[in-house]
Write a protein that binds this ligand. Structure first.
Ligand code: 5GP
Length: 113
């Protein structure tokens, strides 16, 4: 069980901004941009490697929920970045898949310090 499962089960608090039957989204505890929200499926997958080929909708639901949130919050046109880290080289630290949504300022070119 990860910290995100505990958030899904309301065992620890989080600033939840969206939830439906499949996805929960809450603000990152250590934001890397003015807007930093994590979109997490309720179904268990430790990493992107664990999502079966026959279940691509899991990842699609995260992306569509992030885009809808961007539209609703009014920054879709200015833009945003979505990121999913995988395993150690990707910098993943919580082993329940999640999509980072970063926005609210120009983020610079991806990969530059
Ligand atoms: P990863 O490094 O696995 O891609 O992303 C994990 C993210 O979860 C990090 O950005 C980290 O700040 C965030 N995080 C870790 N623990 C908590 C927590 O207890 N609550 C919230 N809201 N975010 C967390």
């Amino acid at each position: 069980m990860t910290i995100f499962h505990k958030i899904i089960r309301r065992e620890i608090p989080a600033d939840i901004v969206f939830e439906d039957d499949h996805v929960i989204a809450f603000r990152d505890i250590a934001p890397q941009a003015p807007v930093h929200v994590l979109f997490v499926p309720k179904q268990d997958f430790a990493t992107l490697n664990d999502v079966p080929a026959e279940s691509p909708e899991i990842v699609g639901r995260l992306a569509v929920a992030a885009a809808r949130y961007a539209r609703e919050q009014g920054f879709a046109e200015d833009g945003y970045r979505i990121v999913m880290n995988c395993n150690s080289d990707g910098g993943q630290t919580v082993f329940q898949i999640h999509l980072h949504l970063l926005a609210g300022a120009p983020l610079g070119r991806f990969g530059t310090p």
